[in-house]
Design a protein. Sequence first.
Length: 304
Amino acid sequence: MPSNPAVEITGLVKRYDGREIVRSLDLTAHHGQVTAVLGPNGAGKTTTIECCEGLRLPDGGSVRVLGLDPVTDSAALRPRVGVMLQDGGLPTSVRALEMLRHVATMYAEPWDVDDLVERLGLASFARTTVRRLSGGQRQRLALAAALVGRPELVFLDEPSAGMDPQSRHAVWELVRALREQGVSIVLTTHLMDEAEELADRVVVVDHGQVIAEGTPAELVSGSTGALTFAAAAGIETLSLASALGAGVRETTPGSYSVSGAVTPATLVSLTRWCADRSILLSRVSTGRRTLEDVFLDLTGRSLR
């Protein structure tokens, strides 16, 4: 395993029309891992990845991909790096399979095209021109084109966007297989379940900077659970909070939310407190915070 990271970004700055889109961003993606980069629209994540792909010139900082500069060393990186763009970037007038076979001829030891066709279910539209493909079909073809050269590192921008559940899970299985083979993968996604399922590490970007990073488990570990219940309106929340050792608030009349660490003992204390006062619990639900909960807490819930 190489000593340097697969991707190492230090102090990256990118401006458009004098406005900083990426501001002194630091990001590391390790070899043989899936690194998911999350962020709201306009957060700077796509610009950051495009700097890694050599598609944009940084205005400051350092970007190293497999230890090389993605701009000045682009010729050396091209056979080692696969890129799947969000808009596909595919020629529209050729047939799907013809295009894939043509791309395969550009590499010394390409992936067997027939195997990729089977893995990604391309046979059903192999003779269809790219312009006539659905969004999900184009995504699968673009992924195949990014992988056909057997790259060491793959950048995947929204890899399962527009796909039906069957196609999405086929893509996930392929990503897992690539990781097992030691391929490094950097993906951007708006699908929190995709990041939780696939990522070894998650990096959250907002306003051009990394605001959180860690494994999915680390990012959701700030809360052991969540507890909501329904009972009579206007119960003694302060008394109940003291019994639970956690905060309690009435969200709507007769519906309550418990904040703080939620454990099995919390549930026992709740039912005992209500039973002592002849209060009937009509609904109790528990559950852990998800990566989507964490993402919304970090980046806000307002539309952009």
